[in-house]
Design a protein around this ligand. Structure first.
Ligand SMILES: [Fe+2]
Ligand SMILES: [Fe+2]
Length: 185
């Protein structure tokens, strides 16, 4: 019995297991961005706060897209607990770097999901993950830009606000987004 258990451990995680975990990862990203938004709001940075309140909803939608997909494919859905987000930030650069790191981690997770679908010869799974792969390219690029802007602004935080007021958060992901369980927020 113990031997079989060990064998199971060495097995690669299935697409369904990774997707179930990713629901939690997307909710964790959502909480992380709420934490950044609230921190920015308390620092009187309404543009930065607004961007992250919005982005938090986007991550919540990602989680619920995955939930809808699992419902559609008859996979049992459990909504997982999420780890606590960072408590405090030293400044906008620190907050934005934490968000950039978060997006890079998620990109690796999404790539692993795509690969798992391919390994399992699951074209629907692959196709579902494609939208998220494109989304990650965009989100990493946008966050990278914000880190650069914040680094250049240094102590003059108002310059970040000016930049955000000028630049709209436009999406270049032209694919049709997957359906969101309960509707997008
Ligand atoms: Fe996401
Ligand atoms: Fe994201």
């Amino acid at each position: 019995m113990a031997k079989d258990k060990d064998k199971d451990k060495s097995k690669k995680a299935s697409f369904n297991d990774l997707l179930a975990a990713q629901v939690g990862n997307e909710f964790a990203a959502s909480q992380h961005y709420v934490a950044i938004a609230v921190w920015a709001d308390a620092q009187d940075l309404p543009q930065l706060a607004g961007r992250f309140y919005q982005h938090s909803l986007g991550e919540r939608n990602h989680a619920m897209m995955m939930v809808q997909y699992m419902l559609d494919r008859g996979v049992e859905v459990t909504i997982p607990a999420v780890p606590a987000p960072p408590k405090d930030f030293d400044g906008p650069v620190d907050a934005l770097r934490s968000a950039l790191e978060q997006e890079k981690v998620v990109t690796a997770q999404i790539e692993a999901l795509f690969q798992a679908a391919r390994d399992e010869s699951d074209p629907l799974g692959e196709q579902f993950m494609l939208w998220f792969l494109r989304e990650q390219v965009e989100e990493v690029a946008n966050m990278d830009t914000l880190v650069t802007i914040a680094e250049r602004a240094d102590d003059n935080w108002f310059r970040i606000e000016e930049f955000l007021a000028r630049e709209t958060d436009s999406s270049s992901n032209t694919g049709t987004p997957p359906a969101v369980a309960g509707g997008a927020v």
